[in-house]
Design a binder for this molecule. Structure first.
Ligand code: SAH
Length: 212
């Protein structure tokens, strides 16, 4: 998601108490950021953050971190969170490739990837968030029985993501290529902004849950 450059968004992000500044310094110390030892779940590429805000509101005993690389997108999330503050949610502005310098081994309980950028060119496959390169990074930060939940309406990206599992040592726990007609996997589903937009256009939503 790229929005027009929003004037002053970098400054507003640097000043916001809702954003964890210098996240690398928190590596191994995320419990202290929240002031409790509840599990920490992250969404990588949160966009304007509706999903992670709804998750945090629904699950007060779980801590959430929303990660987004673009200031112009993150600023929209900050504005929404300012209007409706939540004690168990912070945002981080960062590039996901840096994830292992921000979280220590076992510090993350679950990872959500929602409507990740497809990077359709073969030579950009390594940039796809469900690629084997990223799965290796997630392996370094997730608790041993932690899971990754991935949703997309992009069928090619989903097929790619499925094919990446075995080479990277991950196992498929659950999957559907039509989430909104899968009663079991729909239980407790929280829609993301993209999910609402694309399912309204009639696109089926694919989802997997994976573990090691
Ligand atoms: N999860 C939201 C937004 C999906 S769009 C939803 O489902 O509605 C994908 C988002 O991921 C964009 O906002 C994009 O800027 C962000 N993103 C893509 N690659 C990223 C990366 N490598 N690191 C951090 N954020 C990334």
């Amino acid at each position: 998601m790229r929005l027009r450059n929003v004037t002053g968004s970098r400054e507003a992000i640097a000043d916001s108490p809702l954003v964890v500044q210098e996240p690398q310094e928190k590596k191994g110390h995320w419990r202290e950021v929240f002031g409790n030892d509840h599990p920490i779940r992250i969404e990588i590429g949160m966009g304007k953050g509706r999903f992670i805000m709804d998750m945090a509101r629904a699950n007060p005993n779980i801590n959430y971190l929303g990660i987004e690389k673009y200031s112009s997108v993150l600023i929209r999330g900050i504005q929404k969170l300012e209007a409706d503050p939540l004690p168990n949610l912070y945002f981080i502005r960062m590039e996901a490739e840096e994830i292992t310098s921000v979280f220590a081994k076992g510090e993350v309980d679950r990872i959500y990837l929602n409507f990740s950028d497809p990077w359709p060119k073969d030579r950009h496959a390594k940039r796809r968030l469900p690629s084997r390169e990223f799965l290796r990074r997630y392996d370094e930060i997730l608790i041993p029985d932690g899971v990754i939940e991935f949703k997309t309406d992009n069928h090619d990206l989903f097929q790619f993501a499925l094919a990446e599992l075995a080479p990277a040592g991950w196992k498929l726990m659950q999957m559907t290529e039509d989430l909104h007609h899968n009663e079991q996997m729909m239980q407790g589903n929280i829609m993301t902004e993209y999910e609402e937009r694309f399912s309204a256009k009639g696109n089926p939503i694919c989802k997997y849950i994976i573990a090691r």
